[in-house]
Design a protein around this ligand. Structure first.
Ligand code: ADP
Ligand code: MG
Length: 510
């Protein structure tokens, strides 16, 4: 007889159903595992054998064959231990043969029979729920699984013995409760930044319209400090986003203690990051930094120090909101809709543009450094800002600084205005101005007469490219939303023109 247990294999954040088939037959004692399994899966044999012995169950001296079907789907990870062990237990009668019916099972086994946490429990639970199954998962991951649906059955035992006792009715396992981490550790606050009013304003605009932002200035100007304070003014994750963001964290094994958080992710990879670390991939096609930053912020400090190929690999996710990892036998896409904040010094020594400073390497110092960034990459950044060093008077006698909470309230209001507009226009898939395309901008951000005149003059004098023109409209729309204005006026166009990119400025100078 063949015993079957349902489990899953992960393809990106999708959980594909996998059937574990176990046959115990007479013949020479052996334990074989087939079905395109990787190293961690084939090692399950040893963990299962040890865990069963530790739980007081011996494997029969028979021929055991385990098949993971469908055989052409690659199986990776350690979460196959538990379904294999439970299938064997059902085959030898340690639990009822039908006890596992209607359950999907994931979990890793320790040699002493305890059930260890695994990555990907949230997508597994959502996949199981879609099939009308309950889920059996490790105790530590129970709260995570409970998020999938309030109705589905979730069993989260700490050990094999607990599960056997549950099925025998000796000790019933309760359903774990979904937990939301309150996020009570305070985020760094904008009030700590002295002076830098222009940069704070740019940060607020970036947060309101989800625009990408590049800060350029001498070392010590507070660029990193400003960028780290962006999460404190962003609105919390909406419930639908919360699950999407948590699924990626779950697959990456980055959910702490099974609790979800409605804080937007903030990822700041080091500039030595490889392409696989950034966009995903590696041996197990794990999500990269761009996907871990989905719904939140990707902060690239010292931007020109990143490998040019790595930066250019960001262009596709920036454009499509998706990171695609193509493999010989399959193709995986992770969501990657993130907001990019980058910071850089104007040149390698960091002092270009400082009054009275002449670099030993001349103007080449700055131009060589900035050339490391490609035009198409910079094109995708709506706001470019020069951040001068903060003056001594600002540091010594600072005025009262606005706390993040006050800025966050304005950002929230501006985001609601954008969302309402997109819904009225029949585009409920759009949330922020940063996502609006060229033609869309011409309807939602067409300036009034005075603004239009200024924009026409600027486009001619500054030789704005089509991209540059749309960028000005996009930022101006966000400025109007922050001001609570219905239409884009002259003041918004003027301010938006100040944040135009270095590329647009170079075109104007040429
Ligand atoms: N505007 C400012 N207000 C308060 N402290 C500042 C400010 N600018 C810089 N600092 C101080 O200088 C340090 C270095 O700033 P940092 O953000 O790392 O500079 P950058 O990234 O521009 O080189 C910060 O940790 C902070 O203590
Ligand atoms: Mg810095």
């Amino acid at each position: 007889m063949v015993q079957r247990v349902a489990t899953v294999a992960f393809e990106g954040v999708e959980a594909r159903p996998v059937d574990v088939q176990i046959q115990v037959s007479s013949g020479l004692p052996a334990f074989n595992l087939v079905g395109l399994a990787d190293k961690a899966v084939t090692e399950a044999k040893e963990r299962v054998r040890a865990a069963l012995i530790a739980s007081g169950l011996a494997l029969p001296a028979k021929r055991i064959t385990v098949n993971l079907a469908p055989a052409d789907l690659p199986k990776e990870g350690s979460h196959y231990d538990l379904p294999i062990a439970l299938g064997l237990m059902a085959a030898i009668g340690a639990i009822a043969a039908d006890a596992l019916e209607g359950y999907t099972v994931v979990g890793e086994l320790a040699l002493d029979g305890r059930i260890a946490p695994v990555a990907g429990v949230l997508p597994a639970a959502i996949g199981a729920n879609a099939r009308g199954h309950g889920l059996i998962c490790p105790a530590e991951c129970g709260c995570e699984a409970a998020w999938a649906s309030p109705e589905m059955a979730v069993l989260a035992p700490a050990s094999l013995i607990q599960l056997v006792n549950h099925f025998a009715g000796r000790q019933t396992l309760g359903r774990p409760e979904p937990r939301l981490e309150a996020g009570n550790t305070a985020l760094p606050d904008l009030a700590e930044v002295k002076g830098q009013e222009t940069a704070k304003r740019a940060l607020e605009i970036a947060a309101a319209g989800r625009h990408n932002l590049l800060l350029c200035g001498p070392p010590g100007a507070g660029k990193s400090m400003l960028a780290q304070r962006l999460p404190s003014i962003l609105p919390p994750l909406a419930p639908a986003e919360l699950l999407e963001v948590s699924m990626i964290a779950s697959v990456a094994g980055a959910l702490q203690g099974g609790a979800l958080t409605n804080r937007r992710p903030f990822r700041a990879p080091h500039h030595s990051a490889s392409m696989a670390a950034m966009v995903g991939g590696g041996m197990r096609a794990r999500p990269g930094e761009v996907s871990l930053a989905h719904g939140g912020v990707l902060f690239l400090d010292e931007l020109p120090e990143f490998a040019p190929a790595v930066l250019d690999s960001l262009r596709q996710p920036l454009e499509t909101g998706e990171a695609v990892i193509a493999r010989a036998n399959h193709r995986i896409a992770y969501p990657a809709r993130f907001q990019l904040i980058a910071a850089m010094n104007p040149c390698r020594c960091g002092r270009a543009g400082e009054p009275g400073h002449t670099c030993r390497r001349g103007p080449r110092c700055a131009s060589d450094y900035q050339e490391r960034l490609s035009g198409p990459f910079l094109d995708r950044i709506d706001l470019h800002l020069e951040v001068p060093a903060v003056s001594a008077i600002d540091l010594v006698r600072p005025g009262p600084a606005e706390p993040s909470a006050a800025v966050a309230a304005r950002v929230m209001a501006a985001r609601e205005a954008q969302r309402a507009r997109f819904v009225t226009l029949g585009r409920p898939d759009l949330f922020t101005n940063a996502e609006a395309s060229g033609p869309m901008l011409e309807t939602i951000a067409s300036p009034d007469a005075a603004g239009g005149a200024l924009l026409a003059d600027a486009a001619r004098l500054m030789r704005l490219s089509a991209r540059g023109y749309h960028r000005v409209l996009r930022v101006a729309r966000t400025l109007a939303d922050l001001a609570g204005a219905e239409s884009v006026g002259r003041a918004q166009i003027a301010e938006a023109l100040a944040y135009r990119s270095a590329a647009d400025r170079a075109a104007a100078a040429a």
